[in-house]
Design a protein around this ligand. Sequence first.
Ligand code: CA
Length: 292
Amino acid sequence: MSKMVKLIALDLDGTLLNEDNYISDKNLDAIKFAQTNGVEVVVATGRAHFDVQSIFKDTGLQTWIIGANGATIHQPNGELFQSVPINRNEALNILGWLEQEGFYYEVFSNDSIITPQNGRELLAIEMDRVTSGNPDVSIEQLKHAAEKQYSQTGFSFIHSSKDLTGTGMDFYNILAFSFDEDKLKRGKAHFKGTTDLTIVSSAKHNFELEHQNASKGIALNILASKLNIDLKDTAAVGDSYNDLSMLRVAGRSAAMGNAPDEIKKSCHEVTLPNVEDGVAHFINSLIHGTKI
Ligand code: CA
């Protein structure tokens, strides 16, 4: 293993996971090899930690988990190490606005992904409208994106955001999802100037809101310092805009082959795409000290 790298932070979707949300054997072997050699492997994702644990269930993997785009950090044994929730009243206002604008949304609490009961119906209607108005849009691709969203673990359904008033829950991540590009743009623009929020995007059809002090980069910084590891001795791998904060602070950064050009340009190197075990390829290049 390359002398310098003591911690590797890995994004999940589009990075460690293949298109069917699995971790390939090659990637799994590479991670376990790195761990055996004393490298701290950290997962850094927009997903909720309990959803990550469900993905890890049959893999035998135990890692630190930076979840909800940095709003939570969980220890390898599953215990919460740190969290940065969104101000509760502000979160409820945001959900009220998303409802009023007809957005499908999800909000992550400690143990569930809360979403309105009519959300999937809303998305089905959008999908029909977008595909009937534009023959170039692939309905299969949109269906796949929706299915991926619904395949998360831990959903709980509400009638409206008013159901959450006075519950005392912590809210870590609010995800808005739409197949309508203009609507998505309007949503992003609406929240853009809000100084106490971080707004990022992890995929084509969404934007996500967290507390201003929550990002993958901030969480990586906190975790590295907790583990007494210098940031220059860390590496990070990702494929999207919600990874930029950690790709910028890591000592070595690799973009996935499937990442947009803007992400690739922000990284030290580019590895193979997720469907070609890009994570294993990167880890192996560290082990053998070769440049990609
Ligand atoms: Ca990703």
